[in-house]
Each structure stands twice: as C-alpha cells, then as structure tokens.
Design a protein around this ligand. Structure first.
Ligand code: ZN
Length: 220
C-alpha cells in the first residue's frame, strides 16, 4: 500500500496496512529545508505546494495537513521592489506596505507606517497564579518596561472583559472594546458595569477613528 492508498483507505473508514502518518511543520521549517525561499513559499500557491511535497519526500510521511490562506494569484505584479536587509528579505509593495520575511519564521506585514513592535504572552496555566495572566496587569507592565511606555498616556484596545480589566489594573488611561473577536459577548457582559470600557467600537479601524477624534493627546 502506498501513502496515497493508505490515506484514502483511512479516509474511507476502511483499515489501511498501518496507521497513516500525517505531518504539518512550521512554515519556518519549510523555508529552511524545502528550497524556494520564504517570500515565494509564503505568497505563491505553487511554491507552497512544492514545499509540502519536498517535506513529504524528506520525511516520508503519508499525508500532508494544509491550512491554506487565500493567496492573490497576481501577487508578483504588486511588488515594487525587494531588498535584503541582514538576514531578512523585505518586499516593498506598490500600495506602500512592506513585508519582512525572515529566512526561518512567518513573514509579517507593515502597512502605512504602522508596526507590531513586540508580542507578549502568558505561558502559564490559570491555576499557576502568575502575575501576567489577564486580568492581572503583568503583560502590560512587561511592555512598559521593555519599551518605556507611559501608561498614563496609553490606550488599550481589546475584545474581552479581561483585556479591559488588565488595562485598568495596569494604569492605562483609556480603554476601548472592539466588537470583533470575543467583543460582542464581552459587550453584553460589561454593559451597565462600572468597569465597562471608555468606548465600544465596531472594529479596530473604528476604534482608531474614535481615539483620534476623542483623545485630547491626539489633538494636532
Ligand atoms: Zn502568566
């Protein structure tokens, strides 16, 4: 029985010769070992398919698990220029956005001068009583330490009551709840409460509009 027969037999609820091995690897692993390069594999459906097949040949597993986000088939035509900066490849797009593609990790996009500067997460279980799991303020304080953020001038945008509570506990000046993600549930939970957010916005874009219009610190 070859791999294809093994997988289709199992998917038909019949018994294959052995348990089929399915494998999904991190994209950074494809970039490093499949050939083709991060920018191609990330944006191009055919290059992504080739990378999956290369991984199957390399490790000999039976089936490939794919979660394939939508890709614009005309992506190549939208590139204004590419440059190498250190180990990263930068793609400058015609619309002004920039994709930074490290050789071994997911590319990320920077648009219109905005930038995700850092990511903080709590690695603990809820019963470990750490100081960083929201609604405790530890993650926000970690961001304050690392990037010298003045929380008395900061705005927190979140989609859960815990986001709002963590911001209040940390001393963030303004809180905005968005209705996207968990936000619709959160809005119900927080309505009428004293710890409700300063504003509820339809989405992140609307939140930014509100902040610019209502925050005196944003006055030109
Ligand atoms: Zn934690």
């Amino acid at each position: 029985m070859n791999s294809k027969e093994r997988v289709s037999t199992a998917m038909d609820h019949r018994e294959p010769d052995r348990v089929p091995v399915m494998c999904q690897l991190s994209l950074g692993h494809y970039f490093l070992h499949a050939g083709g390069g991060a920018v191609e594999i990330w944006h191009d459906t055919a290059a992504f398919g080739d990378a999956l097949l290369a991984m199957r040949r390399r490790y000999g597993f039976d089936g490939i698990l794919v979660n394939l986000p939508g890709r614009d088939p005309r992506w190549r035509g939208q590139i204004a220029s590419m440059e190498q900066r250190g180990r990263d490849t930068l793609v400058h797009w015609a619309n002004g956005a920039v994709t930074t593609a490290p050789p071994d990790d997911n590319p990320h996009v920077r648009a219109a001068g905005g930038e995700i500067r850092d990511i903080f997460f709590c690695p603990h279980h809820p019963d470990q009583a750490c100081t960083c799991r929201k609604p405790r303020p530890g993650l926000i304080w970690a961001a304050r330490e690392r990037h010298a953020i003045d929380l008395s001038r900061a705005v927190m945008v979140g989609d859960s009551p815990k986001d709002i509570a963590a911001a209040r506990a940390a001393g963030v000046r303004l809180t905005v709840l968005v209705r996207t993600g968990n936000g619709a549930e959160a809005e119900k939970a927080l309505s009428g409460r004293l710890d409700r957010p300063d504003h509820v916005a339809a989405d992140l874009f609307a939140a930014v509009d509100w902040i610019i219009a209502h925050d005196p610190l944003c006055a030109p």
